[in-house]
Design a protein around this ligand. Sequence first.
Ligand code: FAD
Length: 495
Amino acid sequence: MNSNEKIIIIGGGIAGLSAAIRLAAAGKSAVVYEQNGTVGGKMSEVTAAGYRWDTGPSVITMRHVLADLFAAAGRQLEDYVTLLPVEPLTRYFYQDGTVLDVTRDLPRMLDQIEALSAGDGEGYLRYLAHAAKIHRITGPVFIYDEPPTVGTFLQTPPHHVLQIDALKTMSRSIERFVKGKHLRQMLMRFATYVGASPYLAPGTLNVIAHVELNGGVWYPQGGIYQLAVGMVRLAQELGVEIQLNAPVQEILVQDGRAQGIRSDGAVIPATAVVANVDVTTVYQKLLPHEVGQIGRKAAKMGRADTSCSGFILLWGIEGEFPQLAHHNIFFSQDYQQEFTQIFGDKVMPDDPTVYVSITSKSDADHAPEGCENWFVLVNAPAVSTAWDWQTEATRYRDVVLAILAKHGVDLSGRIRYEQIMTPHDLEQNTGAFRGALYGRSSNDRMAAFQRPHNRCPDVAGLYFAGGTTHPGGGVPMVTLSGKVAADLVLRDLAG
Ligand SMILES: Cc1cc2nc3c(=O)[nH]c(=O)nc-3n(C[C@H](O)[C@H](O)[C@H](O)COP(=O)(O)OP(=O)(O)OC[C@H]3O[C@@H](n4cnc5c(N)ncnc54)[C@H](O)[C@@H]3O)c2cc1C
């Protein structure tokens, strides 16, 4: 690589920033083109009427992945972002009035479990050990390194394959360990961290419970968005150039190789291009369909099942709710029916599970004194003709209010400010195909093998980083995705 060579990263989401940091730390010239006026992608923030909200991720796990990124650049994470442990991890409210504080304080956790379902304490401990074992086995193959192939997986010892529950669904796997319905519902919820259904996704996804229940939940002081701010600071210190309001319309391909990009009419040559955009969107909108298999693949990707999306309410609340924690879940009565409606019927559930994150519980200045900033999220089907948000958004907000009232949280006259975001907003703001939060569906035991590779198989010099490629969605995973993409670029450039 000579000094004129540069690597273009399309998109300033967490994966794009992670890739740019890794490339710059290795001495390469990296330029990020971001279509919006701010970086962070799905990790975003809104301020209004004296309140501040994070509008995307709210739960940060796998702190070590973030620490590794900063360490790769010779820095310390804590000099850029202060990650505070959150306790309880989440407060769960059930429709029968049960409240469960899920905590890493095991004696306290076991007391609560035994009070709900005698004998389940031991099963919970076995479940935690099981989830940790899945992490040990799958980590090197599915998470921390380059994408697996069926070949790599076949080299895995057969007893390991059986131990990771790849052939059972998550719900079936959980039922083997605990019998209480409250605990089962809590453990099944981790499927939603990759936008999947616990009744369809493989038991291997119990690994997600490990990273939260054993590893803990972290909150960047000042708000989740501080993580994006810290990453930008590091990137800029390393010399990464960040172009904002710079949408990319096309990846230029010649002789089967990425030559650069076209942004706002200008042609910008590059040695390599890393796309931090939903891979389906890249195939459908940024690559030339007449080249090789691209057109055919773009159409095929458009037909594939996706992960779920989200319906978001930002509420500026008058007054405080001391019975609520930083992270709260108000569970539905019939969990299976909820997922059937989202993934089967592709409509919003009649009785949804409602998540409420209140960062003012940890950072008082995120709301006016004596008030709270509520970020409310309900799992939603990806955009399709089966559900019309234009006519349904306001009505569904009333469904959410009714659910909260059923749980004893009455917000009548207490919403000072409101903003509604639907899957269409996610699609428009971040390029997420059909507004799906985590790309292709994980409701399939082959999903880990079907996720697009970080090295584009159709265009040399084009790489993918982000939640729709390996190793998957969520802040730590996309941070890893940036690492994998950067490693591949560096290796290919080195010949
Ligand atoms: C509501 C919600 C809740 C979530 N909750 C959690 C959580 O609690 N914990 C967790 O770990 N994860 C959570 N996630 C998932 C997590 O936010 C994502 O997996 C992660 O942030 C995705 O990062 P990314 O870099 O892959 O992509 P994105 O954040 O989507 O970034 C892609 C970037 O590319 C830009 N872009 C797109 N097209 C172009 C173009 N043509 N030209 C230039 N730029 C372009 C976009 O503007 C965007 O900035 C949540 C996501 C959402 C939306």
